[in-house]
Design a protein around this ligand. Structure first.
Ligand code: HGY
Ligand code: MN
Ligand code: MN
Length: 410
């Protein structure tokens, strides 16, 4: 059966990972940073060499299109993201983009033209590090986020998203799914969790994604002198925020084992050893497969934050960054992924995604499914993230076959 080129797919990861390379083998390409631009340019160059046309939309999403026989048909699309977390490995997101490119290259090698066109998409800012929200680029495309709001987001470098898109040369015209419809969307991704490896499976046919909510909490007290201000007279924002963090972890530990609560960002101001901190901003990432559980935990979380702020004489502001409901993928496409993986002789299981993905937004507008491959010890968002060349190729070969099935061959 037709398959992708394992070596070429691996080499593409190594070449992409060299952009923004970190000392321990990982990489850092924050969305719309100079490194992200270099990664995007490398991808666009590869796609042009593979015979694709390139479209950029108003969110900076890149659509690399491989023409079919009938280019009036909606494209069968795939893709993921090239932006990364600060201490990322070489695979989260990147794999889904490079697997799409490798599908094009493998079809070129085999001299196959599909009936419908194919596209590989790079979505902007999946990761939500330099600016919010996560998966913002695909939200704009799916009509879930007004583009003006996306453009107005401030980055950690105090630029706006629109300024960054313009200065990097990635601000295109409005597109959106109505003007640019897809037949279907598939996303290949490493699992980012330990299940496939533990079950000795090669392919996860992903049935859906758990729900996620993110909040930004601002705790305000008063800057004051560390040597002179009696403990009882302080309004120490860090002391209050630390109490909040402990209480929220206790809250999470009291739920069922499917709950996930993370405080991954914590900014102290003025962050000076001899000043009582007057202000702390931190972000909460809360996830569970059941929206009703998220509602309940969110209500308790807000109450705990309020109570703690009041007890400590601090002011509190809570801003919603996003609320992504649990997603169920298209049954026909999930079956197709499973059938093709089994037909290729690959150990395959159905599973839910713990991580968020652009596919959550695509699922709102078009039949969507995901293909997972294992990663070592489930480690991700870490330079040590690791996957084998043969598992990556297996997932990309499944992607090749599901895309051919949807697009047809004349
Ligand atoms: O955090 C997530 O789930 C995604 O990888 N950004
Ligand atoms: Mn990802
Ligand atoms: Mn990620």
């Amino acid at each position: 059966m037709l398959s992708v080129n394992e070596r070429r797919l691996w080499d593409a990861h190594v070449a992409m990972g060299a952009i923004g390379a970190l000392p321990n083998g990982g990489c850092c390409r924050l969305a719309l940073s100079p490194e992200d631009k270099s990664g995007r340019d490398l991808f666009v160059g590869w796609c042009r060499e593979a015979g694709c046309t390139i479209l950029i939309d108003d969110a900076g999403n890149i659509f690399a299109r491989r023409p079919g026989f009938d280019n009036d048909l909606p494209a069968v699309a795939t893709g993921s993201h090239l932006d990364t977390q600060p201490h990322a490995g070489l695979f989260d997101g990147i794999y889904g983009v490079l697997a799409g490119l490798e599908v094009f290259r493998a079809l070129n090698d085999a001299g196959i033209t599909t009936r419908a066109p194919l596209e590989t998409v790079v979505w902007t800012n999946e990761e939500c590090v330099r600016f919010s929200p996560p998966t913002g680029g695909s939200m704009v495309f799916a009509g879930l986020l007004p583009v003006d709001e996306f453009h107005a987001e401030r980055t950690i470098d105090d630029t706006s998203v629109r300024e960054d898109l313009e200065s990097l040369g990635f601000l295109g015209p409005p597109l959106g799914h109505e003007r640019h419809p897809f037949d279907s969307f598939f996303e290949a991704h490493i699992e980012q969790g330990p299940i496939l490896e533990g079950e000795r499976m090669t392919i996860g046919a992903v049935t859906g994604i758990q729900g996620a909510r993110m909040f930004e909490v601002e705790v305000t007290g008063q800057d004051n002198h560390a040597g002179t201000t009696p403990m009882a007279m302080r309004r120490d924002a860090l002391n209050g925020a630390a109490r909040m963090a402990l209480k929220l972890n206790e809250l999470a530990n009291a739920q069922d084992s499917a709950i996930r609560l993370t405080i991954g960002r914590f900014d102290v101001s003025p962050n000076a050893a001899s000043t009582v901190p007057g202000s702390v901003t931190f972000q909460i990432d809360l996830r569970h497969p059941d929206d009703a559980v998220l509602d309940r935990v969110e209500a308790t979380l807000r109450r705990l934050l309020d109570e703690t702020a009041r007890d400590q004489g601090l002011e509190l502001g809570v801003r919603d960054i996003c609320a992504i409901p649990p997603v169920h993928f298209d049954r026909t496409l999930v079956d197709l992924v499973e059938d093709k993986a089994r037909a290729l002789g690959l150990p395959t299981m159905r599973m839910l995604s713990g991580a968020g993905h652009d596919s959550a937004n695509l699922a709102a507008i078009v039949p969507t499914a995901m293909i997972f491959v294992p990663c070592a010890e489930g480690i991700s968002h870490n330079e040590a993230e690791s996957a084998t060349a043969s598992d990556l190729a297996a997932g990309a070969t499944v992607l090749l076959h599901v895309m051919i099935e949807r697009a047809g061959i004349v």
